[in-house]
Design a protein around this ligand. Structure first.
Ligand code: ZN
Length: 92
């Protein structure tokens, strides 16, 4: 049995896919963090799309409700997803 530390301590940038990010409440706003949530350890620090350090943790539901979405992250996320949507499927 190998004690493989897959993903543990690995920099999230190692498998950074610009189309993958998740939201995390921090400092009064919901920020988007690049990567997959599973790439991070709880308590690990990530960096939001707006450049703010965000600690990965289970956020209480009250924060999800009370915190507004960070506008910079939203704009960044939108442009990331917008690049995907700009390739429109042809319907006719
Ligand atoms: Zn942000």
């Amino acid at each position: 049995m190998t004690n493989a530390n897959v993903g543990r301590g690995a920099k999230p940038s190692a498998r950074l896919d610009p189309q993958i990010f998740f939201w995390q409440p921090e400092n009064g706003a919901r920020h988007a963090i690049p990567g997959a949530h599973a790439d991070y350890e709880l308590g690990e620090q990530g960096q939001s799309l707006c450049g703010q350090p965000v600690r990965i943790r289970p956020a209480p539901e009250s924060e999800w409700i009370a915190f507004p979405t960070c506008d910079k992250c939203w704009q960044a996320a939108k442009s990331l997803l917008g690049e995907l949507k700009s390739v429109r499927p042809r319907l006719w």
